[in-house]
Ligand binder design. Structure first.
Ligand SMILES: Nc1ncnc2c1ncn2[C@@H]1O[C@H](COP(=O)(O)OP(=O)(O)OP(=O)(O)O)[C@@H](O)[C@H]1O
Ligand SMILES: [Mg+2]
Length: 307
C-alpha cells in the first residue's frame, strides 16, 4: 500500500499555456504541467527542445511570452527574489568563478543568499563534507576535476536550503562512478523532502531519479508519465535491435518491424519469437532486450537529427 496523502498537496509549480519565443522561434510552446511537493520530475528532449528555456522561466532568468506560470504560488520575475530564496539551481554550464577556491565560491554565494557568517560557515562545511569535497576546499578551481566542479555546483545550489532544486543536466560529461554518487546524493535529498526538476540526456538518470518524466520536442511536452508506465503504455515488452543487415527479414504478424538508417528494430510482447529471429540474423550486431525509456524517447521525438 502506497502512503499517498489523503488530500493532494498544492502544486509548487503550475504552468498553463506557458510560452517563450525568441523572435520567430518558439522555444517553449504552450506547455501545461503541475509539479507537486517532493516529486522528482525529469525533462527529456533532443538538443534545442526547450528544456533549459523552461527551467530559466521557472527560476526567473527570463520573461514568459504568454501563458501562466506560478512558483510557490508566486509570480516569476515579478516576485523573483522571494521565489529564488527558496530555489537552488545547478546551471547547464559551469559558471563558478575560476579565480576562487571551492570554499571561497561557496562563501561568496552564501553572502549573496544573505546567510549570516556563522550559519554560512556551518552549512559550507556540512555541504563540502556531504559531497566529499572537504579535501579540495582550499584547492583552486583549476585543480578540480569535472566531477568535483559539478558537485561544487550542487553544493552551491543547496546553500540556501532550498525547497525546490533545479538541475540542468547535472551529470553531463561525468564518469559513471561520479554519476552514480551524484544520483545517490539526489535520492537522499528527495528522501528528505526535496522537490527536484531535472533535465537530462541520460535515460538511465531519468529512470533512476524521476517519479515522472516529460519528454519535450520543439518546445512542446509530447508525452509524460512515470517512466515504467510510459514504457508499458507505448511499447511492446521486448526489442530486438540489429544493424548491418543488408535486407531486413520478413517477420510474422506478432512482430512489429521498423527500420531507421542502417538499424532494424523488431518489437514483440513475447520474447520467444524475437529469440528465434535473433538466432537467424546474419549479423554480430544484434541485441535482444527489454523495451526502455530510450525507445519511448525515440518513438515520440523521431530518430532523425533535429538541428
Ligand atoms: N537567448 C536565446 N536567444 C535566442 N534563441 C534562444 C535563446 N535561448 C535559447 N534559444 C533557442 O531556443 C531553443 C531551445 O533552447 P534550449 O536551450 O531551451 O534547449 P534545450 O532543450 O535546453 O537543449 P540542450 O539539450 O541542447 O541543452 C533552441 O532553438 C535555442 O537555440
Ligand atoms: Mg539545455
Amino acid at each position: 500500500m502506497h502512503n499517498a496523502p489523503v488530500y493532494a498537496a498544492p502544486a509548487l509549480v503550475v504552468a498553463r499555456g506557458l510560452t517563450r519565443k525568441f523572435g520567430d522561434l518558439t522555444a517553449v510552446d504552450a506547455v501545461d504541467f503541475d509539479i507537486r511537493p517532493n516529486e522528482c520530475v525529469g525533462f527529456l528532449g533532443p538538443n534545442g527542445a526547450g528544456k533549459t528555456t523552461l527551467m530559466r522561466l521557472i527560476y526567473s532568468a527570463i520573461h514568459k511570452t504568454a501563458g501562466e506560470l506560478s512558483v510557490f504560488g508566486l509570480t516569476p520575475m515579478q516576485q523573483r527574489k522571494r521565489i529564488n530564496a527558496r530555489i537552488g539551481v545547478v546551471f547547464q554550464e559551469n559558471n563558478l568563478d575560476e579565480e576562487l577556491s571551492a570554499a571561497e565560491s561557496l562563501e561568496v554565494h552564501a553572502l549573496y543568499c544573505g546567510l549570516d557568517h556563522r550559519t554560512a560557515r556551518g552549512r559550507i562545511a556540512e555541504l563540502l563534507d556531504w559531497l566529499a569535497l572537504t579535501p579540495k576546499a582550499r584547492s583552486s578551481f583549476r585543480e578540480l576535476s569535472g566531477g568535483m566542479v559539478r558537485r561544487l555546483m550542487i553544493a552551491r545550489a543547496l546553500l540556501n536550503s532550498p525547497e525546490l532544486l533545479i538541475l540542468d543536466e547535472p551529470t553531463t560529461g561525468l564518469d559513471p562512478q561520479v554519476r552514480h554518487t551524484i544520483w545517490a546524493s539526489l535520492r537522499e535529498l528527495k528522501r528528505q523532502g526535496m522537490t527536484i526538476l531535472l533535465t537530462t540526456h541520460y535515460m538511465e538518470e531519468a529512470q533512476q531519479l524521476s517519479d515522472r518524466v516529460m519528454i519535450m520536442d520543439r518546445g512542446r511536452i509530447v508525452v509524460s508519465g512515470p517512466p515504467n508506465q510510459l514504457i508499458e503504455q507505448h511499447l511492446e515488452r521486448y526489442v530486438l535491435q540489429a544493424s548491418g543487415l543488408a535486407e531486413a527479414p520478413a517477420v510474422a504478424g506478432d512482430i512489429r518491424h521498423e527500420r531507421a538508417g542502417d538499424a532494424d528494430y523488431f518489437y514483440s510482447n513475447a520474447e520467444q519469437p524475437l529469440q528465434a529471429l535473433y538466432e537467424t540474423l546474419p549479423t554480430p550486431y544484434a541485441l535482444l532486450r527489454h523495451a526502455n525509456l530510450e525507445d519511448v524517447f525515440l518513438k515520440f521525438t523521431g530518430r532523425g537529427l533535429h538541428e
